[in-house]
Design a protein around this ligand. Structure first.
Ligand code: SF4
Length: 442
């Protein structure tokens, strides 16, 4: 009775109390940050809004586009004086800006204590553990977010085995590595018990899930398993790759009530020669066929895509084929980007960036204008219909959430709909969102 209890990590976190994680980039980066946050919280640290208030500052970076990289560099510039003024503060740079070799980064950013590749939490937790005098491996259990929102990202496969010539991700996130199916199922059960209604399964090539695991389960097996998780209402997955999308996966989406009818399937170009230069292993005809198969099996499916315009050597004629594809396939979303060479990629090394900037901008605007018109038509057709919406919160005094097909919906209502599934009658539409009212039977 008289002995002193062993201090917990939380008790020892007096000299190292707080952390701040700044994140830019894709959903995978957001999920990585959430997981690091969970680990640091289990060590007794608490999150703070401002880096100036934090003992540990982490910048989770993205280099997929020049604009993202520029933002990381300017944010690093803003936090460097904080490190200088308080040298015991830990400053870490994580994510896709960090490759296997860090000499150049160390020279460029000497104030940074640690350079961490995506999901490489260990060295940071070692350092924090050392400062706290604890072995972090004994303190940290599951990395599933402790206080998740109603929707939550769950990474299921890391890295990518494909080598699209424009993409830096395989160099930064490494080879494809799937998490064991049981581990994911357990994590999703935990999240559902914590109030999560919708999970989005993440991977750079999410439909390649399981190909590297013993027994080769696939994404369909995982979807069947997760569909049984009680309390969970919806399952999404992204990003798919046309080469891995199988009829088994399409059938699982069609038949499982919790799996949402939404597939993100990047095409990148509508011309075979450009696809070949991008090293995308399919033709435009095969892609069209795949979209047709999805629509035949899942008539309500919404399909979104990614497209690059102004890729090296893309002629006007080749670009027109991309435009025709957008017109013909009537996607529910097109993430269109003008090509920008990323250092270290095959395209940057061997394909001259020969489409002038103004021409890239013209093509980009033309695709955006076309897609805006298509979305105006698609969304206008939803007016008068009812759609199930999972309410994520309030924005500017209005409730907002998403349909199963990933349409953003706003509505006004005095009730408390936070985290609820509600049927909304669509009353107005724009290309980017729907507005409606709670349907009578809700
Ligand atoms: S499939 Fe291509 S674009 Fe996607 S992560 Fe892999 S290399 Fe990059």
């Amino acid at each position: 009775m008289g002995s002193n209890p062993i201090p917990s990590a939380r008790d020892r976190a007096t000299s190292m109390n707080t952390f701040h994680i700044w994140t830019i980039g894709c959903q995978m980066n957001k999920a990585d940050s959430e997981r690091l946050e969970t680990a640091l919280e289990q060590l007794g640290l608490r999150p703070v809004e401002q880096p100036a208030q934090a003992d540990v500052v982490v910048l989770n970076s993205c280099v997929v586009r020049q604009a993202a990289e520029d933002k990381v560099v300017s944010t690093l510039g803003a936090v460097r004086p904080l490190k200088r003024s308080q040298p015991q503060r830990i400053l870490a740079l994580m994510g896709c800006m960090v490759g296997p070799k860090t000499d150049a980064l160390q020279k460029r950013f000497p104030e940074v204590d640690l350079f961490l590749r995506p999901q490489q939490y260990g060295p940071l937790l070692d350092l924090v553990g050392q400062r706290l005098g604890v072995d972090w491996e004994g303190c940290i259990g599951s990395l599933a977010p402790a206080h998740p929102e109603v929707t939550c990202y769950v990474p299921i496969i890391h890295g990518c085995d494909l080598m699209c010539t424009f993409c830096i991700i395989p160099y930064r996130r490494g080879r494809q590595a799937s998490r064991p199916l049981d581990e994911i199922a357990h994590e999703v059960e935990l999240l559902a018990a914590r109030g999560v209604k919708e999970v989005t399964l993440l991977g750079q090539t999410v439909d390649a899930y399981g190909h590297d695991l013993p027994g080769q389960p696939d994404l369909a097996d995982l979807l069947y398993r997760l569909n049984e998780v009680s309390g969970l209402a919806r399952i999404r997955f992204l990003t798919s790759h046309p080469s891995y999308m199988s009829q088994r996966i399409i059938d699982a989406v069609a038949s499982l009530p919790k799996v949402c009818e939404h597939i993100n399937l990047p095409v990148q170009a509508g011309d075979d020669q450009v696809l070949e230069r991008m090293r995308r292993p399919y033709t435009q005809a095969q892609y069209r066929q795949l979209v047709q198969e999805i629509r035949e099996t899942i008539p309500a499916a919404s399909i979104s895509t990614d497209l690059i315009v102004g890729f090296p050597g893309e002629t006007e004629e080749q670009y027109q084929r991309s435009l025709e594809m957008v017109e013909e396939l009537r996607f529910d979303k097109v993430h269109c980007a003008a090509y920008s060479p990323r250092p270290g990629t095959v395209a940057q090394r061997s394909l001259p960036d020969d489409v002038p900037q103004e021409e890239k901008a013209r093509r980009l605007h033309q695709v955006d204008d076309l897609q805006e018109r298509i979305l105006t038509e698609i969304n206008a057709a939803l007016v008068g219909q009812e759609a199930e919406v999972l309410v994520e919160g309030r924005k500017k005094g209005r409730w907002f959430g998403r349909t199963r097909t990933d349409k953003l919906v706003f509505f006004d209502d005095p009730g408390d709909w936070q985290g609820q599934l509600v049927n909304i009658t669509v009353q107005r539409s724009s290309p980017w969102s729907l507005q409606g009212a709670v349907a009578a039977r809700s």
